[in-house]
Design a protein around this ligand. Structure first.
Ligand SMILES: C[S@@+](CC[C@H](N)C(=O)[O-])C[C@H]1O[C@@H](n2cnc3c(N)ncnc32)[C@H](O)[C@@H]1O
Length: 430
């Protein structure tokens, strides 16, 4: 019997979560894809490589909570100019994967590429693929940037071009159940990666006191109930000519069965959330309902007055309000400051912010943690490196993470009884 074909996959993820994704992939391979069909590859900034069969690629799409996409490597070669990129794309047997009836989108990402226009390079890849299909089938595919059937990604370094076929379609953080977003929801895959970094596992109490639309809570509940993150959605590979339909059906049936069992379960998940905003809690409830996660306990509470939701210590995780996008609520009025700046496009724009620091709020939050959460471990994601000083707590660890382009830190505070390390507000952050 001939052994099934192996492919090279690359899974992009939020920067800072590469090791967490690699660990998750190894678990997915062991549980769903068959270890023999999976060879772990390098972790690089912003993603993880692996080699495996189609089943491994499909299982990664269905089960990865941390990856943003699963890209299938088609070709890789050094390049010097757009013509080299055109030639590489024109040589590939795209007709094996899709026909001219499918709509197409091409995207390019580059690090230190010498090319002057990435837009032109993108057009050259698109032309090469369309020319190739016209040559072999007599028809050119149409371009659809909004809802393409097939997506091709080109990745350029200073010297090399890699072409990928996207097997995911919509990015994987779109789980297919979120309707109601808060003002600044976390992406689902960042929330899932953070949960893994906290070391939380099902059965340990989990509390988000500024839960907004409930991303941490929904991700945790899906882990606890063994619900595959992609069970509600479709994937790009379903539009491709060759993928292992039998293996996909088996994976999907298994995931649907697990989801049905989860819906029937009356288990107490020990997952709790609160927020000062009743509107946000309504959004969270609607999301949980759609995701089949009705047993998450929610309460309207100002985080300064929060108390542990259960007697046993657990893990507290939150991304508090920050800056201009989303404000701390529940404190006295602040004076609005209006300023005019010049944007990149030289159009003046107005910015409104408030001039009082949030230190009062964070000091009270720190007090609540110290006084009422002994034995808990708290993990707080923020772009504000002065947070430990504001909370008057010394962090036990901090992990750099990117929330989109925003560089953040995940601070960990071990709230051990009687030995909470305090730090003065003036400590210099690094
Ligand atoms: C950055 S958002 C959190 C987003 C959330 N992780 C999600 O995925 O939607 C911050 C949240 O803090 C809440 N908030 C603001 N002030 C608060 C306070 N004093 N107590 C509790 N929650 C507060 C806001 O209502 C908002 O939902």
């Amino acid at each position: 019997m001939s052994s099934p074909a192996l492919f090279d996959f690359f899974l992009p993820c939020p920067r800072g979560l590469e090791a967490a994704l690699a660990a998750e992939l190894a678990e997915i391979a062991a549980r769903h894809a068959g270890a023999a069909q999976f060879e772990a590859g390098a972790q690089v900034p912003g993603g993880v490589h692996f080699r495996g069969g189609w089943k491994a690629g499909m299982a990664a799409n269905l089960h990865s909570r941390i990856a943003s996409r699963v890209l299938l490597k088609i070709a890789h070669r050094p390049y010097r100019n757009e013509q080299d990129i055109y030639a590489l794309a024109a040589e590939q047997r795209w007709e094996q994967w899709f026909s001219a009836n499918e709509t197409l989108r091409v995207d390019i990402t580059a690090i230190k590429s010498p090319l002057r226009s990435l837009e032109f390079a993108t057009l050259r890849v698109k032309d090469a693929v369309c020319d190739r299909l016209r040559e072999v089938s007599g028809a050119r595919p149409s371009i659809d940037t909004a809802q393409p059937d097939v997506r091709i990604f080109a990745f350029l370094t200073a010297t090399d071009c890699t072409l990928y076929l996207d097997t995911s379609g919509e990015p994987l953080f779109k789980r297919g159940w979120r309707l109601d977003k808060g003002a600044a929801p976390l992406r689902e895959n960042l929330a899932a990666g953070i949960l893994r970094l906290t070391g939380w596992s099902a059965g340990t109490p989990l509390y988000d006191p500024m839960c907004g639309s409930g991303t941490f809570l929904a991700e945790a509940a899906q882990v606890a109930l063994n619900i595959a993150p992609g069970v509600e959605r479709r994937f790009g590979f379903e539009k491709l000519k060759q993928y292992d339909v039998t293996a996909w059906q088996a994976l999907k049936v298994e995931a649907l069965d697990a989801k049905r069992a989860a819906r029937a379960s009356r288990a107490d998940l020990g997952i709790f959330g609160s927020d000062i905003s009743g509107d946000m809690l309504e959004k969270a409830r609607a999301n949980f309902e759609r995701a089949g996660l009705p047993s998450i306990v929610l309460k309207q509470v100002d985080a300064r007055g929060m108390t542990p939701p259960v007697a046993a210590p657990g893990i507290l995780v939150a991304n508090p309000p920050y800056g201009e996008r989303i404000e701390v609520r529940g404190r006295g009025p602040r004076r609005e400051v209006r300023e005019t700046r010049r944007g990149d496009d030289n159009e003046g724009f107005r910015r409104v912010h408030t001039d009082a620091p949030d230190s009062e709020f964070f000091q009270s939050l720190g007090d609540a943690l110290k006084q009422r959460f002994s034995g808990w471990r708290a993990f707080i994601l923020t772009s504000d490196r002065k947070l430990p000083g504001q909370l008057r707590l010394r962090e036990s660890a901090k992990t750099p993470l990117f929330n989109g382009a925003l560089e953040c830190r995940l601070f960990r505070f071990d709230l051990v009884t009687g030995s909470v390390k305090q730090r003065p507000a003036s400590d210099t952050p690094d």
